[in-house]
Structures are given as structure tokens and as C-alpha cells.
Design a protein around this ligand. Structure first.
Ligand code: PEP
Ligand code: MG
Length: 602
């Protein structure tokens, strides 16, 4: 049923690449491909297999060409997104399985390919983790490309776009987005997609404002409609009024000059007005992200999430594979250091293929260090790979979700055994390697002093700490509104951790998302001495600029006041006023209040 256009109405979406776009819509004509089954007969199987191979090869060549052409405009590291997608076209789980079906069931190639995808989707359908859901979605897009070749249909691509427009589409693949590098795209809006979509990552690297998840928008918008995309708050305005126009024009200008200001400050020291230096580091998932982090001003890597090495779904990576990757990290982060976190799978981060026996309550189950202590062989090989890599640069090891002194003692003894083994084998490693742990469980926070003898540093994982302190599943959208970093209990606990670490001379960092929001960073810096704040690379310039405008002395005074408030609402209001006032210099308080104060965390 057609939906009536609501004039001047804002539709909600998920902002995946920040910014504002104002312009005319171009609705991409992407119809649903309908694939029918037919039996080809024994004599035609060979021909059908050849037809399939040609289609796969043709698609692969086309994707390689797009990747090659877009590389000029895309950040170099984006190839880590595009290449694995191209490799899917050689994956036996997809290509091999499809060929087998053509042979055994004597069916047409497009049908067999569709069935292969359906089977994979069914296998992984219970995975809650948005990352893995997104990857399945990526696979769907690649299969769609092959199906187009097989069925001789061609969906509209961005190559047909000739003038600056805002693209509206049911979906866009990372390859579509990569093509935007050479097209005149002001912004885009899709009906599907999530926060961790690769499409969003590429759009961010191209500075193209983007919203995803705007339901049924292709039914609502027509090509030529005037639109405003507010990819800071997640709004799409259709047929804006003159007033809307003026307001958003100003917002867009403010945003762009704010962005330029941040860019120009990347090389400056991160120091508060009262002379306190704060190290800002990057959270990354592959060695390829290091360049991106450094370009955004990171002085080292505060969190390397190793679980992403395990995402292929083909079992644990070997010690050698891990060593190669960690060595790259050590070498490319120099002269700074990198904190490698041992495997943190389980909970919302269970890769496909590991979850043989689903747990009733995975966030409280066999996760992170518990999983590693239960899978000793895997754990030992990861520790060995980390130790070996430490010979090539400044590497630190960090354990996730430590919940008891007993656990840290066990890990310490396992690590010592690996060191002994390496010495015996004559393999070099950094004998003074620093070892730390994450503080993510309230019981650990309460007893932090007892951990002091066993660790060289700690890093607060606010994402999990809040989850466990407030009993709110961080992956459950139904309770997302209750997930509150400014909850008085959260603030009190963070203060307690930082104060205790300072008193026991344990360097304390923060690597959860709270580091990346100025309001929270302000409070954290008021709580005591923080060794570093670590965050996803794109947030570093904004936090740097913020820190250069504040004084720690004032942050301490404000923290004291805020700790006395009982209600989140009062805390937020007080801080928003405070932060806008602090940053009046050179930045409009409106952009700040909007892009800083609320949206970032959720
Ligand atoms: C955290 O919990 O804050 C954290 C940084 O770890 P992750 O988000 O990977 O669980
Ligand atoms: Mg965590």
C-alpha cells in the first residue's frame, strides 16, 4: 500500500556517517530479484557449472575494478573491507556448495546459489551479534551481484547519477559506497543496515553523511524531492520549509567549519588549559586500522580487539597467523605502543561456528577470560603469538573481564610458562613486557587494590562495566534506554576505580565508549590521573579539541558537584550547560550540544 508523503516531516534513521546534506533525492531503482528453480538435466550440468563459473568470474572482475578505481579516493585501509568481499567469491562454503548442488540436484545455478545463501542464513540466524549479522548481509549483496549476471538483469548503479543528489535506496553495498568516491553524492539514506555496517564505515571515510534503517523510505520519497539529511541526530526531512532550510544551512556550515577546525588541530598536543597532558589512543580491530588511528592523532593503540581475527568462522587462527598480524601491529604503531587484548569472545561477540551449545545467558556465561581458561591450547597459542610479536615493537598484553584474583593469577602463571618455553626454544620476546587487565565487572572494581600486585596497568571497559553494574544487556535494544553512563552509581563506581588505581600507583586508562564523548571524558578527567583515553579513531580529533578547551581543576570541581546530584536528568543538564559554556570559544554551542551531548553514546 503506498504511503502518504508527510510534508516537512522527519523520519528517523541510524546515523552511520555524520554530517548534514541538503539536496534533491535520487531513488535508486533496485527491484527484488526473483529466482525460479528449474531442473537442467544430466547433459546440461557441465554447461550450467561453466555458466556459474563465468558469472562468478565476471562479478569478481567487476568488483576488483571498482576496488581499484575507488582506492584513489578512499582511505587506503578501506581495502580491508572490500577485499574480503571479493574473496567471498572463492569461498568453498559458497562457491563449492553451490557447484555441488548444481551437480547433485541438476538445478539451475541461480537457484543453487540462492539455496546456499538461504542455508547459511538459517545456520547463523540466531546470532545476535550485529557485526556478524552485518557480514551475512554483505554476503547477500555479493550473491545478489552474481545473480544479476546469471539472470541477465541489471540493477541501477550509482554510475548513472550525473548531478549532485542524495541517494535513496533499499540497500547499498560497500561497493556501491566505494563508487561514491567518484560520483556526486551529497549523502545517502537506506532502508536497511545497522550501526556497524561497512557501508557506513566507507561513507565516513569519504565524509558522505549517511543514514541507514529508515523504514520504507523508497516508498515515501520520489526522485527529485527536496531532502535534508541530518546524520548527526538521525533525521531525514522531506519537503523542508524555508525555515528548515535556513536552520540546516547554518547547521551544515557550522558542522563543516567545526570539522575543518578539528582537522587542523590533529597535530597539536592534547593538553588541558591548565597544562595536564592526556594521551589519546585508538581502539582497533586489525593492524590496517593503525594508519587511520595515527592520521586522526592517536598516540598509540589502547585496545586491539583480537576477537576479530577469529571471525572467519573457520576455527581458531594458528599461532603463526596471529604472530604475523601482531608483528605488523608492533611495527606499524612504533614509536608508540599497542595494547593487545586476549580473546574476548562470548556474550554479544560470539563468532559464527564457535557457539556449539548456546548459553541461556551469554553475557554472564563462558565469556572472555573464562572462555580462554577453558580453552587452554588456544589461549596458550595466542599468548605465544603476542610474546613473539613483542620483540618487534612496544606490545602490552591485556586480559578482558577479569573477575577474581584467582583468574589473574592463573593467567599470569600460563603466561610465565609460555615465556619459559620461548626462552628454551631461543625465540626472542620483550622480557619486560607489561601486562594489564580490564576492569569491567563491579566486583573487580570494588577489590581493585587486591589486583595491584599482579598487573602493570588497568583499563576500564565502560561498555561492560555499565552493563554489569546496572544489569542491562548492552545488546538488547528493548532496554537500551536504561543504559545510562551518567547514572549516579556508574559515576561513583568509576570515581572509585580511578581513585583506587591512583592510590595504588596502577596506571589507569579508559577504553570503553565513554572516552569518546566529551561530557563523559570531562567527568573522567575530573576523577583523577588517567594514563590515556582510548577510542575509535574517528572520535579522537573531537576529544582532542575538547580537552584543549577545558581545565582539569574545573572538571574536578564539577565532578564533585555532579556526584551529589541524585538524578541523571540534573547531571546531564548541568554538564551540557557547562560544556557549551566551556567551548564557546570558536565552536557554536548548538553544534556542540547536539553532536556532543546526547547522540554519540547510543
Ligand atoms: C568495554 O567493555 O568497554 C570494552 C572496551 O570492551 P568491549 O566493548 O570489546 O567489550
Ligand atoms: Mg568489554
Amino acid at each position: 500500500m503506498p504511503i502518504r508523503k508527510k510534508i516537512g516531516k522527519a523520519y528517523k534513521g541510524i546515523p552511520v556517517s555524520p554530517g548534514f546534506a541538503i539536496g534533491r533525492a535520487h531513488v535508486l531503482n533496485r527491484f527484488h530479484l526473483c529466482v525460479l528453480k528449474h531442473v537442467v538435466g544430466r547433459d546440461s550440468v557441465k554447461g550450467e557449472l561453466e555458466r556459474f563459473e563465468r558469472a562468478v568470474e565476471g562479478t569478481r572482475n567487476k568488483m576488483l575494478k571498482t576496488a581499484r578505481e575507488s582506492v584513489k579516493n578512499l582511505a587506503e585501509n578501506m581495502s580491508y573491507i572490500l577485499n574480503p568481499q571479493i574473496q567471498l567469491l572463492q569461498d568453498p562454503m559458497i562457491i563449492g556448495a553451490t557447484k555441488k548442488m548444481i551437480e547433485q540436484e541438476m538445478v539451475n545455478a541461480e537457484w543453487a546459489l540462492q539455496q546456499t545463501y538461504n542455508k547459511l542464513s538459517a545456520k547463523f540466524k540466531n546470532i545476535k551479534n550485529s557485526y556478524f549479522r552485518e557480514r551475512l548481509h554483505d554476503l547477500g549483496m555479493v550473491i545478489n551481484q552474481v545473480t544479476q549476471v546469471l539472470t541477465g538483469t541489471e540493477q541501477e548503479t550509482l554510475e548513472s547519477v550525473e548531478e549532485p543528489v542524495i541517494v535513496i535506496s533499499h540497500d547499498l553495498s560497500p561497493f556501491d559506497t566505494a563508487q561514491m568516491a567518484t560520483s556526486k553524492i551529497l549523502g545517502f539514506v537506506t532502508e536497511v543496515g545497522g550501526k556497524t555496517s561497512h557501508t557506513g564505515i566507507i561513507a565516513t571515510s569519504l565524509h558522505i553523511p549517511a543514514l541507514v534503517g529508515v523504514k520504507r523510505i523508497t516508498d515515501i520519497v520520489k526522485s527529485g524531492d527536496t531532502l535534508i539529511v541530518d546524520a548527526v541526530h538521525g533525521d531525514l526531512l522531506i519537503y523542508p520549509s524555508e525555515e528548515n532550510f535556513q536552520m540546516f544551512n547554518k547547521k551544515q556550515q557550522d558542522y563543516l567549519s567545526f570539522d575543518r577546525k578539528l582537522e587542523s588541530e590533529v597535530g597539536l598536543a592534547t593538553e588541558t588549559k591548565d597544562g595536564i597532558r592526556v594521551d589519546l589512543k585508538g581502539n582497533i580491530e586489525t593492524s590496517r586500522d593503525i594508519k587511520l588511528a595515527v592520521e586522526h592523532g592517536a598516540e598509540g593503540i589502547g585496545l586491539y580487539r583480537t576477537e576479530f581475527l577469529y571471525r572467519s568462522g573457520r576455527g581458531f587462527p594458528s599461532e603463526g597467523e596471529q604472530f604475523d598480524e601482531f608483528k605488523k601491529v608492533a611495527e606499524s604503531v612504533a614509536p608508540h605502543d599497542a595494547v593487545l587484548r586476549t580473546l574476548d569472545i562470548g556474550g554479544d561477540k560470539m563468532p559464527a561456528g564457535y557457539d556449539d551449545e548456546p548459553e541461556p545467558n551469554p553475557a554472564l556465561g563462558l565469556r572472555a577470560i573464562r572462555y580462554c581458561l577453558d580453552n587452554r591450547q588456544m589461549f596458550r597459542s595466542q599468548l605465544r603469538a603476542m610474546l613473539r610479536a613483542s620483540h618487534y615493537g612496544k606490545i602490552k598484553i591485556m586480559y578482558p573481564m577479569i573477575g577474581s584474583v584467582e583468574e589473574i593469577r592463573k593467567t599470569k602463571s600460563i603466561l610465565e610458562k609460555q615465556k619459559k618455553e620461548l626462552r628454551r626454544e631461543g625465540i626472542p620476546f620483550d622480557e619486560n613486557i607489561k601486562v594489564g587487565m580490564m576492569v569491567e565487572i563491579p566486583s573487580t572494581a570494588l577489590l581493585l587494590d587486591q589486583f595491584a600486585p599482579y598487573v602493570d596497568f588497568v583499563s576500564i571497559g565502560t561498555n561492560d562495566l555499565i552493563q554489569y553494574l546496572l544489569a542491562i544487556d548492552r545488546a538488547n535494544e528493548k532496554v537500551a534506554h536504561l543504559y545510562e553512563p551518567l547514572h549516579p552509581a556508574v559515576l561513583r563506581m568509576l570515581y572509585m576505580i580511578i581513585d583506587s588505581a591512583n592510590r595504588h600507583n596502577i596506571p589507569v586508562s579508559v577504553c570503553g565508549k565513554m572516552s569518546a564523548d566529551p561530557i563523559y571524558a570531562y567527568l573522567l578527567l575530573g576523577m583523577g590521573t588517567i594514563a590515556d583515553l582510548s577510542m575509535e579513531p574517528y572520535s579522537i580529533p573531537k576529544i582532542k579539541s575538547f580537552i584543549r578547551n577545558i581545565s582539569v581543576k574545573e572538571a574536578r570541581e564539577d565532578l564533585r558537584k555532579v556526584l551529589e546530584f541524585g538524578r541523571v536528568r540534573d547531571i546531564r543538564k548541568y554538564l551540557l550547560e557547562k560544556v557549551s559554556h566551556l567551548l564557546e570559544d570558536g565552536l557554536t554551542s548548538e553544534v556542540l550540544a547536539e553532536s556532543y551531548g546526547k547522540g554519540i553514546f547510543r
